[in-house]
Design a protein around this ligand. Structure first.
Ligand code: GLC
Ligand code: MG
Length: 607
């Protein structure tokens, strides 16, 4: 999805980055927005989603690739951190052309990850520890090794029209100029069938034909298959790609000067191969299946949709007041809107870091204000990273990681954590020779670094022993992050001042009534400062004070509604050194220091 993101970022450049070139950002502000307390929150609204990339979490059999037994052996990690929901990237049978996002059997587990029995064991173990389990569903495409595709190639009914097949204009000329998200043509000729098939991703990921109702039925049955086995919900992959314009028009050039003619960003896809209105109908059908199960036992089933589309389209995945579709569409604003500029904006920021306090506030408020009132702020969500993006620490810079976690956890709505974020893992440099991600490989040695997603997918760093305790294999599937001897779970558990301990404290704070239900506001915001209050009468209330700037400064909160003269320091960034703001200390809120890029959480009883 990197390329899609780039497209959006490139579009966003015109709005976000030019603040450096004199463009004035529209000021937006939400004041004292109150959460609803009349309706009990479900486990996702109350919870925190942790994404496991299964190849990289824990290897149990020494083959250098993570697996289900490995995940089972690490479940206590979530219990210790207070996490209640795990989402596992695809574990289905796959030739691994896109590392599991190319599925050859949607109702079986890939042997590299284990067996159906291992999955049953994982479900039971998770349940016994109070953890909800979310699977990753990939409806847009299958592997070319899926039996549906093989039968489709051979025109065996009912599979003949399961995929998007077309004749070309002339021998060797594909039906349209469409490009794959990973680069190069989106069509491949199949000799045997004598036609071209569409693949919005690599050629080994043929696109399913959603104009064929049988495909919908197949997927609904796949959902039922996993729901019957105790799955609590789904993350739905690559949603905006489900449909194409049935007239198959060529796409127009975007005019993007940074896109080569083989790159996805070279063309404009909106409403032709991307972001079409029909996709919402499919998501509604999926929700109906989840509802069948929910009606059966009263337990909520969750659906999270992945769509890097404009905000107005993102919001439509919530459905409407009489029919809630997705629990939430992922909110990628904290990735696309600002921090990706460090990598993808071709302007160098004079500030030396990717955003300022005002931009951060505006990005957050824009999403909160877009959420329909019948959903409420608790239906928001905040993604800081995933397997398609640079890691949080590499995107925002290490010094801001704790501050961003504080902000994420105290905002209304569900935080989404990518594995390793809790210890501030960084992107690992990977040479072209070692690159495995199809998106990196497709771009070749000169361009791969910008596109490869491998750097953010290196194995979890558990301790300082061989392979960070991830695997006993001589070689792991991707190299280990070089910093694992100093950046690992074990060390950060032992060390009182660590990213992991800040993370754990913040997860606990999120359970407080003021954070789940309280009013929110952003009282002091400027280029270098960002603050967020969560205030609820008669409850312990909180404020995050984040100094985004590169120099230490002092804050005065005396004019801020609800904040008393004294407050207690509950959390501060690992780099903080001030003797005044030590954890547990009471400080004067009218004058206290916050170091460069440091975050501080203060607690108080609201006035
Ligand atoms: C989604 C996944 C990404 C994958 C693509 C194709 O965007 O997050 O990793 O490559 O879909 O399935
Ligand atoms: Mg293994």
């Amino acid at each position: 999805m990197r390329s899609l993101v780039i497209l959006l970022v490139v579009l966003a450049v015109a709005f976000a980055c030019p603040s450096q070139t004199g463009f004035k950002i529209h000021q937006k502000r939400s004041i004292q927005h109150q959460g609803r307390e009349d309706k009990p929150l479900n486990w996702l609204e109350k919870g925190l989603v942790y994404q496991i990339y299964p190849r990289s979490f824990q290897d149990s059999d020494g083959d250098g690739v993570g697996d289900l037994k490995g995940i089972i052996s690490r479940l206590d990690h979530f219990v210790q951190l207070g996490i209640n929901v795990i989402w596992i990237s695809p574990i289905f049978k796959s030739p691994m052309a896109d590392f599991g996002y190319d599925v050859s059997d949607f109702t079986d587990i890939d042997p590299i990850f284990g067996t159906i029995q291992d999955f049953t064991d994982l479900t039971a173990a998770a349940k016994s520890k109070g953890l909800k389990l979310i699977l990753d569903m990939v409806p847009n495409h299958s592997s070319d090794e899926h039996e549906w595709f093989i039968k489709s190639v051979n025109r065996i009914d009912p599979y003949t029209d399961y995929y998007v097949w077309l004749d070309g204009d002339a021998p060797g000329v594909p039906p349209t100029n469409w490009l794959s998200v990973f680069g190069g043509p989106a069509w491949t000729f199949n000799e045997q069938r004598g036609q071209w098939y569409l693949h919005q991703f690599v050629a080994k990921q043929p696109d399913l034909n959603y104009r064929n109702p049988l495909v919908h039925e197949e997927f609904k049955n796949i959902l039922r298959f996993w729901l019957d086995r105790g799955t609590d919900g789904f993350r739905v992959d690559a949603v905006p790609h489900l449909y194409e314009d049935p007239a198959f028009p060529d796409e127009l050039p975007s005019g993007n000067p940074n896109a080569d003619p083989d790159q996805y960003e070279y063309l404009i896809h909106d409403q032709i191969t991307w972001n079409r209105p029909e996709t919402y109908d499919v998501m509604a059908e999926f929700r109906q299946v989840l509802q069948e199960y929910e009606d059966g036992d009263g337990q909520h089933r969750a659906m999270m949709t992945e769509a890097y589309v404009p905000l107005e389209n993102v919001i439509q995945f919530y459905g409407n007041e009489s029919f809630r579709m997705a629990d939430f569409p992922f909110n990628f604003a904290l990735i696309n809107g600002i921090s990706n500029c460090l990598y993808y904006c071709n302007t160098t920021t004079t500030r030396g870091y990717p955003y300022d306090g005002t931009q951060l506030r505006d990005t957050i408020v824009e999403f909160l204000d877009a959420i329909p009132s019948w959903v409420g702020p608790q239906g928001a969500n905040w993604v800081l990273g995933n397997h398609d993006q640079r890691r949080l620490a590499s995107r925002y810079g290490e010094a801001l990681v704790d501050g961003m976690i504080m902000v994420q956890m105290l905002l209304p709505g569900t935080p989404v954590t990518y594995y390793g974020e809790e210890i501030s893992m960084k992107d690992q440099f990977i040479s072209y020779e070692d690159t495995l991600d199809p998106q990196g490989c497709q771009m070749g040695p000169d361009r791969y670094e910008k596109f490869s997603r491998d750097p953010a997918r290196t194995p979890m760093q558990w301790d300082d022993t061989f392979n960070a305790g991830f695997s006993t294999a001589a070689e792991t599937w991707l190299p280990m992050g070089e910093n694992y001897p100093t950046v690992n779970v074990k060390l950060q558990k032992e060390n009182l001042v660590s990213h992991l301990n800040i993370y754990r404290t913040m997860v606990a704070l999120r359970q407080e009534a003021s954070v789940l239900y309280g009013a929110y506001d952003f009282p002091i915001v400027d280029a270098d400062a960002f603050t967020l209050t969560r205030i609820r009468t008669n409850s312990t209330s909180y404020i995050v004070v984040l100094n985004v700037g590169l120099e230490g400064r002092r804050f005065n909160l005396s004019g801020v509604t609800g904040i008393p003269e004294k407050a207690k320091v509950v959390v501060r960034s690992v780099q903080a050194t001030s003797g005044v703001t030590q954890i547990g200390f009471t400080i004067n809120t009218n004058d206290f220091p916050v170091g460069a890029q440091e975050g501080l959480v203060l607690s108080f009883v609201a006035l």
